[in-house]
Design a protein around this ligand. Structure first.
Ligand code: THU
Length: 140
């Protein structure tokens, strides 16, 4: 689906959820708080926030928490994802790969919580020449 199929009220709603989800971020080490919100095709929204750990590498990014939340609820197909942070950062490389496992063709909305500025891209653009399961030898 293309960005054009995403209506502005859907974008606004999704962004609001990402901003609200950021309130739950557990980031005592970096103090960089991130919220993410995934919209399903029935317009329901599932969210995530970053969850850090004293063993730093165990940290989970907001996008992956949102994706796991959605998959665990039974939803592997998403209309769009919004990510809220100071600066409106783009998903990290690991999150791009993680999201691409389920849906490469998804709009990614990045919002700066300071001024509300939004950028809209697509995961396929953020992760060109993506590696996926089709590159692996068949197990049969
Ligand atoms: N973080 C995210 O939640 N998403 C990203 O795409 C980039 C980084 C989090 C991980 C860590 O808790 C903090 O931001 C600083 O890297």
């Amino acid at each position: 689906m293309s960005n054009a199929e995403l209506k502005s009220d859907q974008i606004e709603r999704l962004v609001r959820h990402a901003i609200d989800a950021r309130d739950q971020a557990y980031a005592p080490y970096s103090h960089f708080y991130v919220g993410a919100a995934l919209m399903l095709f029935d317009d329901r929204i599932l969210t995530g926030c970053n969850v850090e750990n004293a063993s730093y590498s165990l940290t989970l990014c907001a996008e992956r928490v949102a994706a796991v939340n959605a998959v665990a609820a039974g939803y592997r197909h998403w209309r769009a994802i919004a990510v809220a942070s100071v600066g409106g950062v783009a998903p990290c490389g690991a999150c791009r790969q993680f999201l691409a496992e389920f849906q490469l063709d998804i709009p990614v909305i990045m919002v700066d919580v300071i001024d509300g500025a939004k950028r809209i891209s697509k995961l396929s653009k953020l992760l060109p020449d993506a590696f996926d399961g089709s590159s692996l030898p068949s197990s049969t």
